[in-house]
Ligand binder design. Sequence first.
Ligand code: TRP
Length: 443
Amino acid sequence: MKRDQWSSNFGFLMAAAGSAVGLGNLWKFPYIAGMNGGGVFLIIYLLLLILLGAPILLTEMAIGRSSRLNAIDACKAIAPKWGFVGGMGVIGAFFILCYYSVIGGWVLKYFFKYIVSSEIKEPEQYFESFTSSVAEPIAWHVIFAAIVVFIVIRGISGGIEKVSKIFLPLLAAFIVLIAVNGMLLPGSFEGVKFILKPDFSHIKSAGDFFGIVLSAMGQVFFSLSLGMGTLITYGSYLSKDSNLMTNSLYIPLFDLIIALAACFAVMPAVFAFGLEPSAGSGLIFKTLPHVFANMKFGRILAVIFFLLVLFAAITSAISLLEVIASYLIDRMNWHRITASVVPAAAFTAIGCLASLSFGKLSHIKIFGSSIFDFLSEFPDKILMPIGGFFLCILAGYIWGMPNFEKEVTSGGKYTFHFKRLTGFLIKIFAPLMIVIIFFASFI
Ligand code: TRP
């Protein structure tokens, strides 16, 4: 059977950026930046995005395209014993899907809530009582998972690419609209200051500084979808005509713009209404309903906003499921339908437990965390850094720079800008940073 391919580099870019832009940008970035000193976090994030994010992204795409295989077999093609690097990605993608789909369900619920009623009264209680109930969040989670499977079944160019090409430009346009609308609110200037002004009073010791670097690195990996084989998988459907180097610059740039726009959409409004910027993971669900309730056209903006978050979550979730599906298709010779539905049924079932861990099953702890938190911490804190580390070693030392260069330049067709810098970043800087930060996170 002929392997599916992106119909154009633009289609790939939209899909890869669609994978990157997700709940990580719209839901996580604003509050992580908020809790880590605003502007200081932003500077460190920017540095790590350039020094770690872009080169690792390039590495993943190059490994994927050179082998034209799923994440596990792509690593094996370089070194037969190194399939485990891709294997950790497949497992990690599965873990992330379990809880990502639960949050996707919440977003779906809020979207429909604003369609049927004009506002959400007492958003805090509303959020708590919704997430801790049994049937409703599970039902939305199942619907979200069904949408994701449906798209993955349709394949690369006919499913994932089509959806991303429509959703992503829409998302970019609307998020800017909401950001501008938020900044026009009286009192919103405080929020802009909060995002942009480096607040060094947060850094009192080396430990504080390190904490910020740690959060920033985690956010770079998560936001760019790195270390889980996503870009290896997407890269494997890419034509040799595509310029990997420029792709590895466009995707982080786009991801950054959306993350910043999300900050400008959320923070000024939070300040204008005197809400708490470090409200954490409930930020958009608990505080934004206040904001929409007090805004002109609030209900319409709310519908648009949650629809955007929904788009972003869907295009990210499909990239995670594709990592698993492509392995089952290549290796097990499964039909695409089976390869999408079977893992989806499994993550949906475990996701139900994750959903219940906000209510009925809140007493169950795995290594001290709730089921939901465990599912998110295990890939973030263990699989992602280990995967990222071995990926750099695999590409930098075993595959080697000459092979790497051949792939990046498409056999001499394109120039490999920053070749020596990239080599240094992949062979030395990135693995070293990851090791330091990984061990520091245990202390
Ligand atoms: N990047 C997505 C977000 O920001 C989430 C995501 C999709 C992801 N694929 C991934 C995270 C692979 C890590 C690895 O929400």
